[in-house]
Unconditional design. Structure first.
Lengths: 153, 159
């Protein structure tokens, strides 16, 4: 029952949006699990970082582009100024855009951590910051799924 | 939000958990392909366990809330063709995942036995064990079934 009945021309954009979202969500889940369970294992710490870089980033780009396509297909961009966008849509934008910013920070901090690990100067502490960001993103995406499907208000 | 909206939302949350956990499992499978020691195998198994738990939560949650929703919504019936197709695909995905988990548990069992100090006459090739083609094919089959469920749910053929 994934989605309510909608015009057929929106289905492919919705599929791409969902694929992007679930790829990003899976990458956050993998990254957080690698980093939480690493217990100092540098291989797992690196895998936690590269899950974000190589899987979450493409997923997030697909989610955002397909979301924008869907936004235009549903004519939300033509909403008259006197009307506010619905809350569920605002939550979706907040999670996608601020989530992307948080991901960028997590990748920068984690990238420094991975570099320091490679040069033998520690770095595990910095990857803890990446781990916290991945956990925050998991919660944020769960909230976004609830908001965009339940459509409160 | 109505009660029906909550069930719909929980159904989708469970579906997202299922697909997300499959994405995670593919990351672990790729990592396992270069795990050549008992220690590396067991370390990755710790992470794989999180994905396995999330997969089961997603499988059970998505089907439970999905059937509940089909009963609640007047527009859908459990015997609609696209709902039956989703149920069959769900069953295929569940069986394939269960068998795939069993395949990937074999190197873990060997690694645990070696950790306990069990003697083996021959050297265990963990790279070969972790690259199980049966496990990989079953996981690919399950992933394909889940993708087809998503396509079926979006297009709802015949609805």
């Amino acid at each position: 029952m994934l989605a309510a009945i909608r015009p057929d021309n929106q289905s492919f954009a919705l599929l791409l949006h969902l694929v992007g979202a679930t790829v990003a969500f899976g990458a956050f889940l993998a990254s957080a699990s690698f980093l939480v369970l690493a217990r100092g294992d540098t291989r797992l710490l690196r895998l936690g970082y590269y899950s974000l870089l190589l899987v979450a980033v493409p997923g997030l780009i697909l989610l955002r582009l397909a979301g924008e396509w869907l936004y235009r297909l549903q004519n939300w961009n033509k909403l008259p100024d006197q009307f506010d966008e619905p809350t569920w849509l605002q939550i979706g934008f907040i999670v996608a855009d601020w989530g992307a910013l948080l991901l960028l920070v997590a990748l920068t901090v984690g990238g420094i951590g991975v570099y320091r690990m490679r040069t033998g100067k520690g770095g595990a502490g910095l990857l803890r910051g990446t781990m916290v960001s991945a956990l925050v993103l998991i919660v944020a995406y769960a909230v976004a799924v609830w908001a965009m499907t339940g459509k409160p208000s | 939000m109505s009660f029906e909206d909550w069930i719909f939302s929980l159904h989708l949350l469970m579906a997202a958990t299922l697909v997300g956990s499959l994405v995670m499992s593919w990351i672990v499978i790729v990592a396992l392909r270069s795990a050549g020691t008992p220690e590396a195998t067991l370390n990755l198994h710790r992470v794989a366990m999180v994905g396995t738990a999330a997969t089961w939560v997603g499988l059970v949650g998505a089907i439970t809330f999905g059937i509940w929703l089909a009963i609640l919504r007047d527009a859908f019936q459990v015997w609609d063709g696209w709902v039956i197709a989703a149920l069959i695909l769900w069953a295929i995905a569940t069986v394939a995942l269960q068998r795939s988990f069993t395949e990937y548990a074999k190197p873990v069992k060997q690694a645990r036995a070696l950790e306990r100090g069990a003697q083996s006459d021959e050297r265990v090739d963990f790279i070969a064990l972790n690259r199980t083609s049966a496990g990989l094919l079953l996981r690919a089959l399950a992933s394909l079934a889940v993708v087809l469920i998503v396509v079926d749910m979006i297009w709802k053929p015949g609805a």
